[in-house]
Design a binder for this molecule. Structure first.
Ligand code: S3P
Length: 432
């Protein structure tokens, strides 16, 4: 196990990149986006917005220029919108189409075609969209928007930023005020960016502590210059790698630390991780810092379930950290992990066991008894099930294993973190 060292910067935030393209495509005039994540998921959003009329170009300097069509101006796409592996593209774009007078067919890969869409079909149908989905409320589906749509007040039955955003984006072209009530806070990039583009959006707390988000529709959006911060979800992989490989010390520059996203760093620190936030600043209206990470003796903890929404994508890599910690880590309240790109509770439990970790799988979480820092056995091949975060989590686990860990398919990493392998190698990781 060679220690990791050096400095790296992670690519742009995936959630913010999707939203930057969508809102730029709805503004009147030219927006510029710097630091856009050029991963397959975001490129699927770009292709869909182009198919509905926006002009989107990448300059030689890596900046993206977008000429929007104006709210209400989306055009009928000629072909099915191929969402690839991207749940965020699918659900947010369904929201946009729902209040435009167009019909669109959404298709995706095998993983996306298994994921539940009823969570967006329900509120968007209330707003007047007509949706014909495959059995079980899955892709492929056809959505016929209604214009003008009907404003609704919708209380989220699942903690999902995608559902929240779908309703808010549908509300953008709906007369009157559309309201989403969010009992458990989720990532707030849509709210921040909608405001940044000039939409009339307010966030209040009701008597029960729920967030009430109201958007006034038929908005006019003003083009923006957006700088996308580095993705904290991507940064979590080299972070955990440096924590679990003895002797490591690395710096990851420009990591977004929006409080609705950064829960994994709080939890790792609760476990004893040496993570320093250096040079805290703001980039594109989001808090950012450089992370200095040193190898640490981690201790198992009971992860407070209310932190889950702020680190929902980071559980796979947290489970790897837990597998090398001293003592027991208990996680609960994670039923949403079963409907991500794969069933992340089942796939992580199976894979971790195969490389020698002690893991019990419960309905809503994993219980992991760590090695106390001793390497895992390794020596197994992991099935990634078209899930980028499974691939990267086990690549990191392999760095702290005696025998090599083989990943059956690294191509899913292209969806969110195309430079993962080069970046890890640059820090000294032995990935073949
Ligand atoms: C996302 C929201 C989350 C997250 C996904 C990105 C977003 O999904 O898992 O990777 O950009 O809004 P849910 O809304 O399903 O929790």
């Amino acid at each position: 196990m060679r220690p990791l060292s050096g400095r790296a910067g992670v690519p742009g935030d995936k959630s913010i990149s999707h939203r930057a393209l969508m809102l730029s495509a709805l503004a009147v005039g030219e927006s510029v986006v710097e630091g856009l994540l050029e991963g397959e998921d975001v490129l699927a959003t770009a292709a869909a917005m182009r198919a509905m009329g926006a002009t989107i170009e990448r300059g030689a300097d890596g900046r993206w220029t977008i000429h929007g069509v104006g709210v209400g101006g989306l055009l009928q796409p000629d072909q099915a919108l191929d969402m690839g592996n991207s749940g965020t593209s699918t659900r947010l774009l369904m929201g946009l189409v729902a209040s435009h007078p167009i019909t669109a067919t959404f298709i995706g890969d095998a993983s996306l075609s298994k994921r539940p869409m009823n969570r967006v079909i329900a509120p968007l149908s209330e707003m007047g969209a007509e949706i014909n989905a495959s059995p079980g409320g899955r892709l492929p589906l056809m959505l016929r928007g209604l214009c003008p749509a009907v404003p609704i007040e919708y209380c989220l039955p699942v903690a999902s930023a995608q559902v929240k955003s779908a309703v808010l984006l549908a509300g953008l072209n709906t007369p009157g005020v559309t309201r989403v009530i969010e009992p458990v806070p989720t990532r707030d990039h849509s709210e921040r960016m909608l405001r940044g583009f000039g939409a009339e959006l307010t966030v209040e707390e009701d008597g029960d502590g729920a967030r009430v988000i109201s958007i006034r529709g038929e908005a006019e959006l003003t083009p923006q210059h957006i700088v996308v911060p580095g993705d904290p979800s991507s940064a979590a992989f080299p972070t955990v790698a440096a924590l679990i490989v003895p002797g490591s010390e690395i710096v990851i520059g420009n990591v977004g630390l929006n409080p609705t996203r950064a829960g994994v760093y709080d939890v790792l620190r609760m476990m004893g991780a040496d993570i320093e936030f250096v040079d805290r600043r703001e980039v594109g209206g989001e808090p950012v810092a450089d992370l200095r990470v040193r190898a640490s003796t981690l201790r198992g903890i009971e992860v407070p379930p209310d932190i889950a929404p702020s680190m929902i994508d980071e559980f796979p890599i947290l489970f790897v950290a837990a597998a090398l910690a001293e003592g027991r880590t208990i996680t609960r309240g994670l039923e949403e992990l079963r409907v991500k790109e794969s069933d992340r509770l089942a796939v992580m439990a199976t894979g971790l066991r195969a490389i020698g970790a002690r893991v019990e799988e419960a309905e809503e979480g994993l219980v992991i008894d760590g090695t106390g820092g001793a390497p895992l056995a390794g020596g197994a091949t992991i099935a990634t099930h078209l899930d980028h975060r499974i691939a990267m989590s086990f690549a990191v686990a392999g760095l702290a294993a005696t025998d090599a860990v083989t990943i059956d398919d690294m191509t899913p990493v292209q969806t969110s973190f195309p430079v993962f392998t080069e970046l890890m190698r640059g820090l000294g990781a032995e990935l073949r």
